[in-house]
Design a protein around this ligand. Sequence first.
Ligand SMILES: [Zn+2]
Ligand SMILES: [Zn+2]
Length: 239
Amino acid sequence: MIDTHAHLERLCDIDEGINKIILVASNIDDSRNNLLLGEKCPGKLLVSMGIHPQECEASPAELKKLVEENYKKIVAIGECGLEFMGDFDREKQERVFRTQIELAQKYKKPLIIHARKAVDEVVKILKEYKDLSGVFHCYAGGNKRIKKVLELGENWYFGVDGNLTYEEGLVDVVKNIPKDRLVLETDSPYLTPEPFRGKENNPNNVIYVYKKVAEIWGKSFEETENIVDGNAEKLFNIV
Ligand SMILES: [Zn+2]
Ligand SMILES: [Zn+2]
């Protein structure tokens, strides 16, 4: 199993079944900390660097410098994108997002996209650029927008989290996502799946998301794991 999206402040006990975890960043401090954690657990904890749209006050120049210095040590840029819930400066969000798209393009890294109430707007921006790849993490665009994301190209994926275990509507969405475009994540410490809903989430709980997908697909756990992990390995170039 691969948890393709976790926010970890420090090392934690990881079950044997979890082969890799992608450490996602929301700001400059996270990006630096991910690098330190990644060095402690090479090959298992993989590093992403980025600025979350809610933290668009962070300095894109600082991120640029950090990525320039460390691009060989990271597997992705993000999380980045647009957040249209709440009161965050949309112009700043877009500016910071575009900087990160350019970094992804320059260093040939996939983007970990955060698009809340903003899938259409994010797709519109991404369409202006060439040769991108990435994942719409915690995909919340409904059935309606699956096609739009797929139209971005064959390098685009959908990330699904623990809320799949309790949100009926999301089950239907997963049925409609092509099997070769799905990756799974915890978004730890958030979005804890059943049966641990209400507690703090950790990457070990990604197994409940795999189990639910296996049930939805009508496939064995092993078959499901093979397909989903193959997708993640391809997207993040981590075979
Ligand atoms: Zn997010
Ligand atoms: Zn996140």
